[in-house]
Each structure stands twice: as structure tokens, then as C-alpha cells.
Design a binder for this molecule. Structure first.
Ligand code: NZQ
Ligand code: ZN
Length: 398
């Protein structure tokens, strides 16, 4: 097992009516005036926003609201949030929504803590943050894991660059997680979320540095099996509380670092490749991952065969009897594709609904290489030409 730091300082309030504790939890944090940040309207329609504001009123905590965060959140909204929060003198930020809203909140938090700098510089990786404002969330979709992660992903409106910045400073102070709040999600978003959750653990699982890490592997494999099974249950029973609860908790554990303890941190090529596609075509992150992963998997498999075999057998119940390692690994990838189809996810760009031109594929690969600092990966290190190969496979042109 490699040495590691596990830093998850987020206080989680999980379960039925958890949002009713928002006043108490924010008071504990010393909040007196809160910026309540939300998305395109789902929390207005469901009544959640009004309930949260009511709980804050009851606790005597002041608030100001800023909605309109769109999926693949934009830096322009972040600037708006920084300005509003400064003007209103808030001392805590509360995201009510999903990964996009939480990421926008994290970016506002960086901007408030160091107002003398342009926050986009963090996402361009030209400087690192020295401070971050305190934040928390009431989670409404199980997916990105941003409620406990150290990551945030923001898109530049002008250049359409979608860029991540990871820093423990932005780990939220609190996460309020009521699985019932996810029952209003469209099936497509539930499936995108389950795909993303599984992918956060798969990114960590496929590593060329595979020392003894039986516990981490066991946690990862269990998480993958549970989320897969729950995703299938939720297709039939979207109101199944137990399945919603397992998926919600898995979403946090999949991306707070737990399923990567003792490894080299993982591969993350599929994510980096997807972020470019999300920036250029504004697709849902989970669906973009599903469209890329099988192609990435087949492309890198030979360099990481032991892990692919283990994944196929332990997660996807592939019978290894009488088969070569390659056959077992390929059966595992095929099982993932079958699973994606069964929950309405795409397995290539055409099914994702995009048709990038050759020029666009080249731009995706070029920009991805820049975003990665030249190369990316652990299962296999990819440079720009290899990134282009994977994009071409996903586009059915290789
Ligand atoms: O905007 P509203 O109206 O709220 O609608 C949202 C949005 O359209 C809707 N929704 C959310 N909760 C709902 C609901 N609709 C009905 N009922 C509810 N309870 O779902 C749509 C998607 O929301 P979004 O927040 O975009 O989803 P997700 O949590 O998947 O976040 C995706 C973003 O997170 C980034 C992705 O790249 C993407 O930009 N990621 C962030 C990570 C992190 N910070 O650690 C890691 C991930 O790998 C990922 O890159
Ligand atoms: Zn993700």
C-alpha cells in the first residue's frame, strides 16, 4: 500500500428530512448571513428552496439568494456570485443543488477569499489558492461527489474551456443529504449520476501502480456492484428509498478519496477526455463518460491487464474458466456497455447525440493535452496523439 493522506473534514447529515437541520448545522459553523446558491429551478419547483430559507429564518440566519447555475457551470455566474456575496457581506455559502451548483459555490468561495485575484486563474492552473471561504450543501442529485470532494469544475463562457481545480481548501464544511430529495430527478439524470459515481471509483481502480491494496479494492468493488444494482432498481422503482440512499452515500464515498487510498491516485483520462466534450458540446457529464469509457478501456487494456481481469471477474461476474486474460477483460468491458444501455446511457458519441468533425476531434485532443499538462493516465499514459485515437474510437472513426 502506498502512503496517503485522507482528509475528509465534511460533517454529513444523512437521511429523512436532513434538510430540516440546516439552521442548526449552519449555526454550528458560526454563519450569520448566507449566500444560498441554486440551479435552473428544480429546487424552486420542488419547494426545497422555500423550505431551506424557512429553516434559516427560524434559526435567525440571514440570507441572500442567487439562482441560475447551469449544468457545466459557467465562470460568469461565479463572478456574479462573488460580487453579490461581497455586497451583501455574507459569511457562509450554501449550495442547494447538485455538482454544478456546488462547484459554482466552491469557485465563489475561492473568489471571496482572495478577491485581489481572478478566480479563473485557479482553473487555468497559473496559481494555487491560499484560502477559501466556508461552504456547505443541501444535495439534490447523487452524482459528482462534490459535496465531500476537493474538486470543482468550471466552464469559461467565452472559450468553452471546462477546467478542474482540486484543493482541500474547498472541501465543504457540511453536506446535508436526504435521499428523498433525489426522487424528483428525471431517469436520465439518475442514470448519469450512477455512471459518474461508478466512474469516480473506476478511475481510481485502473492504475498501473497496483501494490497490495486489498481493502481499497474490496471497498471499490463493493461500491461498484451496489451502485450498478441500485441503478437497475431505480429504473423500475424511482421512489425506492433504500436504493436512493445507497447511491447517495456511494456518491460521496466514490469521490472523497476513500476508494483510492494506497494507490497512485488513479488514471482519470476518461474524465479529462470528457471534460473537453462537456465544454464543447454541453453534454451531461455522466453520459459523456459512458460514451468514452469503453473506448478508453479497449485502448489501454493491454497495459493494465491484471486490473481489467480483476474488474471483470469481481464486479461483472465474468467466468474466467478456460479464457485468456484478454477475453476476460473484453467481456468485462462488454458487460459495462450492456449495463450502460440498460440504464439508458450511451456507449459512443453517436448515441450521446454529438457528431464532432475531424477538426473538432483534433481540437478536443489538443485542448485535453493542454488541460492535462501534456499527458494523462496511470493505466496507460496518454499524450495528444493517443487522446485523439480514443476520441476517434468513440466517434466510430478508428
Ligand atoms: O439546475 P436544476 O434546475 O437544479 O436542474 C438540475 C440539472 O439540470 C437537475 N437536478 C438536480 N437535482 C434535481 C434535479 N432535477 C430534479 N430534481 C432534483 N432533485 O439535474 C441536472 C444536472 O445537475 P448537475 O448539478 O449538473 O449534476 P451533477 O451533480 O452531475 O454535476 C455535474 C457537474 O459536476 C462536475 C461535472 O463535470 C459537471 O460540471 N463534476 C464535479 C466534480 C467534483 N466537483 O468533484 C467531479 C465530477 O467528476 C464532475 O466532473
Ligand atoms: Zn465525474
Amino acid at each position: 500500500m502506498l502512503d496517503f493522506t485522507y482528509n475528509v473534514p465534511t460533517k454529513v447529515a444523512f437521511g429523512h428530512d436532513a434538510e430540516a437541520r440546516v439552521g442548526e448545522l449552519l449555526a454550528e459553523q458560526g454563519a450569520t448571513k448566507v449566500l444560498v446558491h441554486f440551479g435552473g429551478g428544480s429546487v424552486v419547483r420542488s419547494g426545497l428552496l422555500d423550505r431551506v430559507l424557512g429553516y434559516l429564518d427560524e434559526a435567525g440566519i440571514g440570507h441572500v439568494e442567487l439562482g441560475g447555475v447551469q449544468p457545466n457551470p459557467r465562470i460568469s455566474k461565479v463572478y456574479e456570485g462573488i460580487e453579490l456575496a461581497q455586497k451583501e457581506g455574507v459569511d457562509f455559502l450554501l449550495a442547494v443543488g447538485g455538482g454544478s451548483v456546488i462547484d459554482s459555490t466552491k469557485a465563489i468561495a475561492y473568489g471571496l477569499a482572495e478577491p485581489e485575484h481572478d478566480v479563473w486563474e485557479l482553473y487555468e492552473h497559473v496559481r494555487t489558492a491560499k484560502a477559501c471561504f466556508p461552504l456547505g450543501s443541501v444535495l439534490t442529485i447523487s452524482a459528482a461527489g462534490s459535496e465531500t470532494s476537493n474538486s470543482s469544475v468550471i466552464t469559461n463562457d467565452e472559450t468553452l474551456e471546462k477546467r478542474a481545480y482540486d484543493d482541500d481548501l474547498a472541501r465543504p464544511r457540511i453536506a446535508i443529504m436526504n435521499p428523498e430529495l433525489t426522487m424528483t430527478l428525471p431517469d436520465y439524470q439518475t442514470a448519469c449520476g450512477c455512471t459518474d459515481i461508478m466512474m469516480h471509483t473506476m478511475e481510481r481502480y485502473f492504475t498501473s501502480v497496483a501494490p497490495t491494496m486489498e481493502l481499497t479494492d474490496g471497498i471499490a468493488e463493493a461500491l461498484l456492484r451496489v451502485v450498478r444494482d441500485c441503478a437497475l432498481i431505480l429504473r423500475e422503482e424511482p421512489d425506492n428509498y433504500e436504493a436512493r440512499a445507497d447511491v447517495m452515500w456511494a456518491g460521496s464515498l466514490a469521490h472523497n478519496g476513500l476508494t483510492g487510498c494506497g494507490t497512485d491516485g488513479g488514471d482519470w483520462s476518461a474524465h479529462m477526455l470528457e471534460h473537453e466534450v462537456g465544454g464543447m458540446f454541453d453534454v451531461a457529464h455522466g453520459a459523456g463518460l459512458a460514451a468514452i469509457w469503453p473506448h478508453w478501456a479497449r485502448y489501454v487494456m493491454a497495459d493494465c491487464m491484471d486490473r481489467f481481469v480483476k474488474f471483470a471477474v469481481n464486479v461483472w461476474d465474468v467466468d474466467p474458466e478456460g479464457k485468456t486474460d484478454e477475453e476476460i477483460a473484453l467481456e468485462g468491458v462488454a458487460a459495462v456497455e450492456e449495463f450502460y444501455h440498460s440504464i439508458g446511457m450511451p456507449t459512443n458519441f453517436a448515441e450521446l447525440g454529438i457528431e464532432p468533425t475531424d477538426e473538432q476531434l483534433e481540437k478536443l485532443a489538443h485542448d485535453c493535452a493542454i488541460a492535462c499538462g501534456g499527458t494523462q493516465g496511470s493505466a496507460k499514459v496518454l499524450g495528444e496523439p493517443e487522446m485523439l485515437d480514443v476520441y476517434k474510437m468513440a466517434a466510430g472513426r478508428a
